[in-house]
Structures are given as structure tokens and as C-alpha cells.
Design a binder for this molecule. Sequence first.
Ligand SMILES: [Zn+2]
Length: 224
Amino acid sequence: MTTSGYQEQREQVVQAAKLLTDAGVLSHSGHGNMSMRLPNKEHLLLTSVGRIDQLSAEQMVVVTLDGELVEGKIEPVAREIIGMHTNVYRLRADVNAVIHTHSPRATSFAMAHQPLPCVYEAFLRFGITEDVPVAQWGPRGSQEAVAYIVEQLQQHPTVPALLLANHGLLAFSRDPLATAQLIVAMEEAAQLILDAQTLGGARPFPANALERERRHMQQFGSAH
Ligand SMILES: [Zn+2]
């Protein structure tokens, strides 16, 4: 398999995978998939294997925004998730990286079909100012599953992550590292919210805090 092209971008994806692994936010299986928009804007790097806890720069292929394979070989388990990635890029011009994981605590909310509440300060730094919504379940890789993701992206045009019902999460941001950091923040939030239930439950931000934060981000740009 050739790895002659896009070495710098491959390294960025590997570094983001390492951050997710080191932070302990992958599920036991190490399952996940990652992609990155390439500078020509027409192609993506996409992980070609079913787990990302020992990802190497060679384990990526190049695909078009229509999901056509341009370079490399891809495992069937990775091929079927292409649409989950390509549709995010199609709908979000500002997104340059997409990561899917089964991060356990965030995925607990996906199992319960409950949005991940926006009650954690770290969310604000990543531009999340609303609850992370849940896309309904469909068979993995099916048009139905992709349609539910598209539906949520259209209903929540600025949210940088979704929960996938009975499955996992999908996060998307300006580059692979920022996207991995966002997943760490989601996993922390999920854990803290679950822990806070023993103390009567997490409380919301003060009134108008999220609106003030949105105005602040419009003025200064978000930190993500
Ligand atoms: Zn999955």
C-alpha cells in the first residue's frame, strides 16, 4: 500500500488517535474510525481498519466526498461507514475532521436515547452551547442511518457532535486533534453528569449563560 502522499495529514490523524487512546476514552474494543479533509477539498483521508488504538500512518485510504476509493485498500468494516463521514463534510464546510468512537460514558447516553446535556464548562470552549442531540438508529452503514445523521445536522446547524442511538458518537471539528479533544470533553461531561446523579443531578448554567456564550463566540471566535 502506498503511503507516499499526505504524510503530514496522516501524522495528524495518528496523533489524534493517540490522544484518544492515551486519554482512555475509547471502548474496550478500541473501535473507531477517523477522517480528515485533504487540502484539495475533494478528497478525504479515512482510516481503513476497525480499531484506532494502535493506528499507524499506513492504515488510511484516500476517498472522494462521494465515497469512491482513490488510493489504498479498505476493510469491509471500514468501508461501510464512509457515508457517515462524507455527509458531515458535505453539510459542514468548516469541518476538516470527523471521528467516530464508542466512548463508553457518552455512549451510555446514546444507549438511553438521551441527549448529552450542555452543563459542563469545557463544552463551551468547544463551541457546544446546546445539548448534543441523538440521531436515531439504523443498520450500520445504511442509507437510513446516514439520513438520521443528516436530519440532526440540519436541525442543529452549529453543533459539533452527535450521539448515535444504540451505537456511539460522531464528532467533527476544524482538525483531527481538536476533534479528539472534543471527544475527551464529551466523555468527561458524560462521566460527571452520571456521577452528579448521586448528588441530585447536574444543574444547568445560570440563566442566559449559553446565550451570552454564543454572543461571546460570535465576537471573539470560539476556542475550538
Ligand atoms: Zn461504531
